[in-house]
Design a protein around this ligand. Structure first.
Ligand code: NAD
Length: 354
């Protein structure tokens, strides 16, 4: 599969990591660091080692896994490790992990000594199809997600299906939410293909096409002035539900699970306040519900969920903005809706799953 050119770098489809090996051999970085979490140290470093035996000469910085650790404290730990291991401005950081590692690692690298080079090796489906392109890095502040961060482009991104082999099913399903989102917002034919498969049977070709869709959007609009906002379909409400769940549930929702619920709410809004037909709404629900878990939340939780939406960094002047579908495969943005309409969509979701 041909590399996909993005904003000044390429996304390589690199099953045997030959491209990564070439890049590392031809570069003259003073030091190379890998950032991992304990799971990617266990499952993904051996894959790297298999193809790149020089791994032994690189320093590994390992953090605990999970969204709850995508925060400033862990980031300070990463900066401190870079400092202790003698990183200079000509060092390279390779982020090997899911979106938590690629986001936090990208942020740490783009700010350390005012920015060192970094490479992204996303190892979850979600991070491959979503976090891998677009140059957004960041960390959470308390339960407000991705509120501190930078736009910073990696030197390269390497995608290998081999990493997905050790991913558990729940994580694979979570990533699939972003895959179907790409179909909902931009490509009805792709959606038709996705309807025929389960998350476990996703192929490298489908991953490739998802990245193509996202990459087209982010290269057209790198700083989210327009088209890029369509990627937020399902995310205004989904992020708020995710933040709520992170704060209250012992076994909190994964990103994609929350986005799946958010997409149903926002498809309802697309039907009521944009041009998505009732058939379109029902089709979306029929695609989502068999794959993703329902999440029930009572009316008492609405104020808190709405509060999270108000903190969303995509809002302007206190207005809550939405990307809404015009039809399946076509989305627009800058739809500003009042709280009572958002509440209608939460009610719709709760009645649906009751
Ligand atoms: P994650 O990074 O927490 O990874 C999920 C879990 O899988 C973790 O426990 C991790 O240790 C484990 N894991 C990773 N790769 C593995 C592998 N190959 N085998 C076995 N276990 C593995 O979560 P995620 O879903 O990848 O990413 C979610 C994050 O991505 C969120 O913080 C979200 O905000 C961010 N994100 C960023 C962008 C962006 O544009 N920058 C886009 C979408 C999502």
């Amino acid at each position: 599969m041909l590399p996909i050119p993005s904003n000044g770098y390429s996304v390589f489809f690199d099953t045997d990591l030959k491209e990564l090996k070439n890049l590392l051999q031809s570069s003259n970085y003073t030091k190379i660091f890998f950032l991992t979490d304990t799971n990617t140290s266990e499952h993904c470093l051996p894959v790297i080692q298999k193809y790149i035996p020089e791994l032994d000469t690189y320093d590994i910085i390992e953090v605990d896994p999970g969204e709850e650790n995508k925060n400033i404290d862990y980031c300070i730990g990463v900066w401190q490790n870079l400092l202790d291991f003698g990183a200079d401005r000509n060092s390279l950081m390779i982020n090997l992990g899911g979106g938590v590692i690629t986001d936090m690692g990208g942020f740490a690298a783009s700010t350390f000594k005012r920015g060192i080079d970094f490479i992204q090796i996303p190892t979850t489906l979600l991070s491959q199809v979503d976090a891998s392109v677009g140059g957004k890095t960041g960390i959470d502040l308390g339960s407000v997600k991705n509120i501190v961060g930078t736009f910073a482009q990696p030197k390269a991104v390497f995608i290998s299906a081999e990493f997905l082999k050790t991913l558990d099913k729940r994580q694979l399903v979570s990533g699939f939410a972003e895959v179907v989102k790409h179909g909902f917002i931009a490509d009805k034919d792709y959606l038709a293909q996705l309807k025929e498969i389960s998350p476990e049977s996703i192929t490298p070709e489908l991953v490739y096409h998802s990245i193509e869709i996202k990459n087209h959007v982010v290269t057209t609009d790198p700083f989210e002035k327009g088209l890029r906002k369509t990627l937020n379909f399902g995310h205004t409400i989904g992020h708020a539900i995710e933040s709520y769940s992170l704060q209250h549930d012992k076994n909190s929702l994964l990103h994609g699970e929350a986005i799946a619920a958010g997409m149903i709410c926002e498809a309802f809004l697309s039907h009521k306040y944009n041009t998505l037909s009732e058939n379109g709404l029902n089709e979306l629900i029929t695609i989502i519900r068999p794959i993703f878990p329902d999440y029930s939340f009572s009316k008492d939780t609405y104020p808190e969920i709405l509060e999270f939406m108000k903190n969303d960094k995509k809002n302007t002047s206190g207005n809550i903005g939405f990307a809404l579908l015009k039809e399946l495969g076509n989305c627009d943005y800058n739809n500003y809706l009042t709280e009572d309409k958002i509440i209608e969509s939460l009610d719709f979701y709760n009645e649906l799953i009751a």
